[in-house]
Design a protein around this ligand. Structure first.
Ligand SMILES: Cc1ncc(COP(=O)(O)OP(=O)(O)O)c(N)n1
Ligand SMILES: Cc1nc(C(=O)O)sc1CCOP(=O)(O)O
Ligand SMILES: [Mg+2]
Length: 234
C-alpha cells in the first residue's frame, strides 16, 4: 500500500507552516504537485501534533484527489508518532525522514512496516561510511547537504567550530557513485544549481525556500521542474 517499491525522489519539496510567509500551506503543496513535484516532506519544528496530523491528512487527500498516489510520495520529518496517527485517521503517509539525532531507522521500520519509505540524512562523509559498510538495509534513500547555507535550517552543515561546511559537486558525485540507494541533495538549492546537480548523477534535489518563499510558488515550482527535466536530459 505504501510506496517503498515505487517512489521518485527526483523533485522533492519540504514544507511546514513556518516556511510559507503566512500563506496557505496546503494550497502551495497542491500547486507544487500539480507542477510535477514527486515527493513531499511535511516538516515543522513549531507546529503542534494536531496541526501536523491535519496537514498530513490534507496532503494525503490532495494527492488522492489528483490521482497521484502512485507517483507522489508523502513522508513526515522526524515524527514517527505523527505518521502513525495520520495513518490511523486514514491518511496515506508513505513514511518518514530521519537524521542522526532522530529515531533510529530500525525502530521506524519496526513500527512503519516493510512497505514504508524511510529516508536518512547525515553528513556527507558519514553517508559514505554507511555506503561502504553496506548498512542500508532499512534505508530507502539518503538526504545529503547542504549545497549552500540554508535560511530554512540555519544549523545545517554546522561543525564543532561553528563554521558552516557546504558540499562540493565533486563530493556529491562521489557519494552518488558509491551509493546503491538513491541520493537526494538539498540545502540552499536554487534553480541555477540544478544543471550542476544533475551532472553529479544524484537522483534528485530537495528544497524549501526556493518555492515556499517565492512571490509565486506555483510558477517557481513549474520553472524548477522544467529546469531539472532539461538538465537530466542533457
Ligand atoms: C531529504 C532531507 N534531507 C535532509 C534532511 C535533514 O534532516 P535532519 O538532519 O534530521 O534535520 P531536520 O530536517 O530534522 O531539521 C531532511 N529533513 N530531509
Ligand atoms: C531540511 C534541510 N536539511 C538540510 C541538510 O543539509 O541536511 S538543508 C534543509 C533545508 C533546505 O531548505 P532550503 O531549500 O530553504 O535551503
Ligand atoms: Mg531530523
Amino acid at each position: 500500500m505504501y510506496n517503498r517499491n515505487n517512489f521518485d525522489v527526483s523533485k522533492y519539496f519540504i514544507v511546514g507552516p513556518e516556511n510559507t510567509l503566512d500563506r496557505n500551506v496546503e494550497k502551495i503543496i497542491e500547486a507544487v504537485i500539480e507542477e510535477g513535484f514527486t515527493f513531499i516532506q511535511i516538516r515543522s519544528k513549531v507546529a503542534s501534533a494536531r496541526e501536523l496530523i491535519d496537514l498530513c491528512v490534507k496532503t494525503s487527500d490532495i494527492i488522492k484527489k489528483l490521482n497521484k498516489e502512485d507517483q507522489v510520495s508523502l513522508v513526515v520529518n522526524d515524527r514517527l508518532d505523527i505518521v502513525l496517527a495520520a495513518r490511523e485517521l486514514g491518511a496515506k503517509v508513505d513514511g518518514i525522514h530521519v537524521g542522526q539525532t532522530d529515531i533510529p531507522v530500525e525502530v521506524c521500520r519496526k513500527y512503519l512496516g516493510e512497505d514504508s519509505v524511510i529516508g536518512l540524512s547525515a553528513r556527507t562523509e558519514d553517508l559514505i561510511d554507511y555506503v561502504k559498510a553496506k548498512d542500508t538495509t532499512d534505508i530507502d534513500y539518503f538526504g545529503a547537504g547542504p549545497l549552500r547555507p540554508s535560511t530554512s535550517k540555519p544549523d545545517c552543515g554546522l561543525n564543532d567550530n561553528g563554521e558552516i561546511i557546504t558540499r562540493s559537486f565533486e563530493e556529491i558525485k562521489i557519494l552518488k557513485e558509491s551509493s546503491d540507494i538513491p541520493v537526494v541533495l538539498g540545502g540552499g538549492v536554487k534553480i541555477f544549481d540544478l544543471k550542476d546537480l544533475a551532472d553529479t548523477g544524484v537522483d534528485g534535489f530537495f528544497l524549501i525556500s526556493a518555492i515556499s518563499q517565492a512571490d509565486d510558488p506555483r510558477l517557481a515550482a513549474r520553472n524548477i521542474c522544467k529546469e531539472w527535466e532539461k538538465s537530466i536530459r542533457k
